[in-house]
Design a protein around this ligand. Structure first.
Ligand code: PLP
Length: 525
């Protein structure tokens, strides 16, 4: 309905203004934001051929010239496919058009000398396995002149995995447009204190040209500026302290390290790794109360899809662990765990400016880009993260000394998965992980229902698809580096300033300029 209404409006207005459809790609750009509107490829063909009498070949040229497609994820469960039977019943003309497009694509694929039968099947718009389905990603791809990923790594993985054979057939089409965030919302609106401080230091030019933030690099080592930068952060933390008391009735101190993971709950994003770290830290603090512990508040927020059992169970686990740790006097307030409900943009605007540490710990190869990572960077939080999505480019922009990178790489994850082994050696060698997993799975944090987490933890011992067990030691060591750095406050503040100074590349102004120039052929000033 939305695709049909939008396309009719676009075509009607174009005809009104220019009188003919031959110039459609010169005047109109339609960017398919994921596969959700991919049926538009067939619908535009229907409008051009059936309603405006264009020849098929001419209509196909105009359609490809008009559409671009942005892919947002490679997760197999997210790749849309629509049952052929459904389309035949509800949209029979569109199904005919999909078949006719597919016939042309398959002819091209068969004409390619190097292509095997398997490769021809891979580029087909029809998935023939277990009930025939239309692959909407393939439809969006063949109907567009540009197909882009949203970070450098994600774009390379598109070429190597889901679209490997379409990429061989149409090697000019895939390109990268690394995501960005708007500095109006994610710096100036949500952090007026920091915006004012930066303006006083380097002048107001950065408000319109965010790359000018680079001038802050020269002030990173200035003790006076470090104090002011830290004071703004502290004030933002005091505001969050009040919000946490109001919303979940937990008392936390703004002097503690605010360790923040806020994002949709998903196994690949590994909130589980973070909460297991909290349990291991809790055990270590009780075992060694004499050590110079860094007071830490672990802050979580995020929604789970209603049907995603394990995601909802992870929310339950965070709340169960929080209740035990927050009420144990043996911890002496050195560790608190908070889960803030109803995560949304308004809440993010209050949490992000108060973060010291940004958790971007997805299994390598699974986060297409991430944008939360960029919001934290703008606001002077340090990132602990894997070489995944746009973290790779953040690492490049800010430099190895100003980010805490850990964990398996995409290639190493692939290797471990190919072997299909349980992470047995990991569980044997590391007592911290073993003890934390034993406690959770035996009901220490869920005495009302001791088996609540047995299967969730069993998955880590068995296949560990998301590499939570295998990455635990590297994560523990990276967190130890975080604490060591926190104790050298001048070094921490310098790193935080350098994060804000180097966020310019992650402005959506840059991203949108690249879409305009490279995909839509729109001239900008
Ligand atoms: C930015 C944002 C996201 C995306 O966060 P990631 O860490 O990139 O997954 C999700 N939800 C809200 C409310 C956001 O503001």
């Amino acid at each position: 309905f939305f695709s049909c209404a939008s396309l009719q409006d676009i075509v009607r207005r174009h005809l009104q203004q220019y009188g003919d459809l031959g110039s459609l790609p010169d005047k109109v750009a339609i960017q398919l934001n994921d596969t959700h509107p991919a049926i538009s490829v067939a619908e535009l063909m229907r409008i051009l051929v059936d309603e405006n009498g264009l020849k098929w070949e001419e209509a196909w040229k105009l359609t490809k010239g008009t559409f671009g497609y942005t892919n947002h994820t490679l997760l197999p469960e997210a790749l849309e496919s629509w049952p052929v039977a459904l389309l035949e019943r509800l949209l029979p003309r569109h199904m005919q058009i999909v078949y006719q497009i597919n016939a042309a694509v398959l002819t091209e694929a068969r004409a390619k000398a190097s292509f095997s039968d398997q490769q021809v099947a891979n580029v087909s718009l029809i998935d023939e396995h277990g009930g025939r389905r239309v692959r909407m990603g393939q439809l969006a791809f063949v109907g567009s002149h540009s197909i882009n990923g949203v970070s450098a790594l994600h774009t390379e993985l598109m070429k190597q995995t889901v679209f490997a054979d379409l990429h061989k057939l149409y090697p000019e089409r895939i390109n990268n447009k690394t995501n960005g965030i708007t500095p109006r919302r994610w710096l100036m609106q949500c952090n007026p204190g920091l915006t004012k401080l930066i303006t006083e230091r380097i002048g107001p030019e950065f408000l319109d040209d965010i790359e000018k933030l680079h001038q802050l690099d020269a002030h990173a080592q200035d003790p006076g500026f470090q104090k002011q930068f830290a004071a703004v952060k502290h004030a933002n933390k005091e505001r969050l302290v009040k919000l946490i008391k109001d919303r979940v009735n937990v008392k936390v101190s703004a002097d503690a390290l605010f360790d923040v993971q806020i994002k949709r709950i998903h196994e690949y994003k590994r909130q589980l790794l973070n909460i297991i770290h909290a349990v291991a830290l809790y055990d270590e603090i009780r075992a060694h109360p004499e050590r110079n512990w860094v007071p830490r508040v672990k802050i979580f927020a995020g929604k789970a899809a209603p049907s995603y059992w394990n995601a909802k169970l992870i929310i339950k686990l965070i709340n169960d662990v929080a209740r035990v740790i927050n009420n144990d006097p043996a911890v002496r307030g050195l560790l608190k765990v908070v889960f803030l409900p109803n995560y949304n943009v308004s809440l993010a605007e209050l949490i992000v400016p108060a973060a010291d540490l940004s958790e971007q710990i997805s299994t390598a190869g699974m986060e297409a880009s991430g944008t939360g990572n960029m919001k934290f960077m703008a606001n002077g939080a340090l990132t602990i993260g894997t070489m995944d999505g746009a973290n790779v480019e953040m690492h490049k922009e800010v430099g190895d000394d100003n980010i805490f990178i850990f964990g398996l790489t995409t290639e190493q994850v692939d290797e471990k998965r190919a072997k299909g082994e349980a992470p047995a050696e990991v569980l044997q060698s590391t007592h911290r992980l073993r003890e934390a997993l034993d406690a959770i799975s035996s009901g220490v944090y869920s005495p009302d229902d001791p088996n609540r987490y047995r299967d969730l933890i069993g998955g880590l011992r068995d296949h560990d698809w998301f590499m939570v067990a295998r990455d635990f030691d590297a994560y523990w060591d990276a967190q130890a580096k975080v604490e060591k750095t926190w104790l050298d406050r001048s070094r921490w503040d310098a790193m935080a300033i350098r994060n804000t100074a180097n966020v310019g590349f992650f402005s959506s102004d840059r991203t949108i300029r690249q879409y305009a120039h490279d995909i839509w052929d729109v001239q900008t000033a």
